[in-house]
Design a protein. Structure first.
Length: 430
């Protein structure tokens, strides 16, 4: 397979050209002939023009790549090595939404041929590839898995906004149904991954390894968030506590904060879903999720309490929220918890302005009904900094004072600013 791909006798396809799929497709296209498939024709056209719809990649990343973009799944029939990297999210009931993954499996299954290889990169619960995806491939193709075609799992580990730990510099976990398949798939990925391969013993092990990466982070952040709520009642600054505790070499450097996005705030529900189906109640994981889901309301209510303490009627107040993306220095606002903060403030009839240095105003308005202001207008009673975008980190005390009325209140959910002891404004940080 590798030699045929290198000689371009065979092609490689990538289904799903978002944050995960597009960088992967472009890296592969520097070595192989690639077909990039996405169901959104508007996005496909942008990529043909050398534009990343996600805003992560520069135009330079598209140069020197042998890639065909398409929104017609039938074009995938020309490929023999298929990578599927579509989003896996949750529904309103916190239940895994496998629809994009299953639809992608249908599309690939329709064009599957004997000798083809299918590799899944989407985050799932252990068993999903073999129990949910492979039966669809078999049904649509009329072929038999592991006899007529091979399947492997190699979870994505992209960290949006991280310019250091990029795709090629992150070790790749890979697992096929047999060691031979694992080796063959690893050989293909080794052409682009500089950090090397980790060959897991089975597809289920690889699936489990991926889903616990973010579950572990979620639980650790939940502990920090619970500590922040406890220390707030004690009038102790959480950041000072963490700095003191961090002086010991083996103290883990986690911080409290909003936990949103399409990974940490989602992946634990895939594991808990599977665990509950097997009759196990994952109390620690669910407890961590509950704590992190409470933080937006906690932060908003504490701001309301500070407004009242300052002698202000919340219903007459204006608050500026800076940042709406799920993390700093990215355009991605999927599953952002800042929206929950905004809704909580608005439930007290507070007039809320929202700005963001990276998010697209039209997309935010379409997704959440939140109209981003072009810039702050001033005369605010409080400013809440929700995202540590690089331009916001540089703000000095005078910047905030110029934006606010008397008795100014600054709420720092990212614990960016050092002026806790200021006599000119009230700084509260998580």
């Amino acid at each position: 397979m590798l030699q045929d791909l290198l000689n371009k006798n065979k092609k490689l396809s990538v289904t799903g050209l978002g944050y995960v799929g597009l960088p992967l497709a472009l890296e592969f296209a520097r070595h192989f002939a690639v077909i990039g498939f996405d169901i959104n024709e508007e996005r496909v056209q942008m990529m043909r023009d050398g534009i990343d719809p996600s805003g992560e990649l520069e135009k330079e990343a598209f140069k020197g790549c042998d890639i065909q973009y398409t929104s017609n799944y039938e074009d995938l029939k020309d490929a023999h090595f298929h990578v599927i990297g579509v989003p896996t999210d949750i529904d309103q009931h916190k239940v895994p939404n496998l629809t994009p993954l299953l639809k992608a499996s249908e599309s690939v299954g329709k064009i599957l041929k004997k000798g083809d290889v299918v590799v899944y990169e989407s985050t799932v619960y252990p068993g999903c590839t073999e129990e949910d995806c492979i039966p669809i491939l078999e049904k649509e193709s009329g072929l038999k898995a592991f006899e007529d075609f091979q399947v492997a799992y190699s979870p994505e580990r992209i960290n949006p906004g991280d310019k250091k730990h990029t795709l090629t510099k992150i070790k790749k976990v890979v697992a096929g149904n047999t060691p031979k398949v694992t080796d063959m798939v690893a050989e293909v990925y080794e052409q682009i991954i500089e950090a090397g391969m980790y060959k897991a013993s089975s597809i289920k092990v690889a699936e489990a390894a991926k889903v616990i990466e973010n579950t572990q982070r979620d639980i650790n952040i939940a502990l920090m968030n619970e500590l922040a709520m406890i220390f707030d009642k004690m009038d102790i600054d959480t950041q000072e506590v963490l700095q003191a505790a961090g002086s010991k070499w083996n103290f883990l450097p986690f911080s409290p904060g909003l936990v949103g996005g399409h990974c940490i705030g989602v992946d634990p529900y895939y594991l808990t879903h599977k665990a509950q189906k097997l009759g196990h109640i994952p109390s620690m994981i669910l407890s961590g999720r509950k704590t992190n889901e409470e933080i937006p309301g906690f932060g908003a209510k504490r701001l309301v309490q500070h407004l009242i303490k300052a002698g202000k009627n919340p219903g007459d107040c204006r608050v500026l929220v800076k940042g709406i993306t799920f993390k700093e220095n990215v355009t991605d606002f999927r599953n952002t918890k800042v929206v929950d903060v905004i809704k909580e403030l608005e439930s007290y009839h507070i007039d809320v302005d929202v700005v963001d240095a990276f998010a697209d105003p039209q997309h935010v308005a379409h997704e959440y009904g939140v109209d981003l202001a072009e810039k702050p207008s001033g005369s605010y009673d409080a400013v809440l900094v929700a995202v540590a975008h690089a331009p916001y980190v540089k703000h000095k005390e005078d910047y905030f004072l110029e934006l606010m009325n008397e008795a100014p209140i600054l709420f720092d959910l990212k614990s960016i600013y050092p002026f806790r002891d200021s006599e000119r404004l009230k700084l509260w940080r998580l």
